[in-house]
Ligand binder design. Structure first.
Ligand SMILES: [Zn+2]
Length: 164
């Protein structure tokens, strides 16, 4: 059998020259960031339970007052609250509503502080992300306990009990 003539070496596949073990660092950080992001989203939904802007209880997500592009405030509990997907989408081109809500709730000073923090450049290390992850896991555990306790009584929400 005549061997087929060899095709010209394909140029489109550029394989990293680093051996497998050395390519991990960045993807490991990215994976950790993804995990912290996912945990933060879960924590925020457990904590706030509904969209802080319109009160919706479905299609909930985490909404950042100050853009997630700013690393310093990306995982700041004060910067992130529960939002429905509609309010979260609207925030992209109309951030004033959410910002006004924040100022009403926490005050103008808190908003200035948060904005200043956001403008300090930051790059998360593996240790910081690990600490954030543990913090969120602990908080989620506690929030789930509280949520379980308030769901086991006769009334789902103790705040609904009439005081008349
Ligand atoms: Zn909403």
């Amino acid at each position: 059998m005549i061997p087929k003539p060899k095709m010209k070496a394909k140029k489109r596949k550029r394989i990293s020259r680093l051996p497998r073990g050395h390519r991990k660092t960045k993807s490991e950080l990215k994976r950790l960031e993804d995990e912290v992001w996912r945990l933060q989203s879960k924590m925020v939904r457990l904590r706030d339970k509904k969209c802080v802007l319109c009160g919706a209880t479905e299609k909930l997500t985490q909404g950042h007052v100050i853009s997630t592009k700013m690393a310093s405030t990306r995982y700041d509990w004060l910067n992130v609250h529960c939002q429905c997907s509609t309010c979260n989408y609207r925030h992209q081109f109309s951030p004033d509503l959410y910002q006004a809500w924040f100022v009403r709730k926490y005050g103008g000073g808190a908003f200035v502080d948060l904005s200043q923090k956001a403008h300090q450049p930051h790059k998360f290390t593996k240790d910081e992300l690990e600490r954030l992850k543990m913090g969120f896991e602990l908080l989620i555990e506690n929030l789930e306990k509280v949520s379980h306790l308030s769901n086991t009584g006769d009334n789902n929400d103790p705040r609904n009990v009439s005081t008349d």
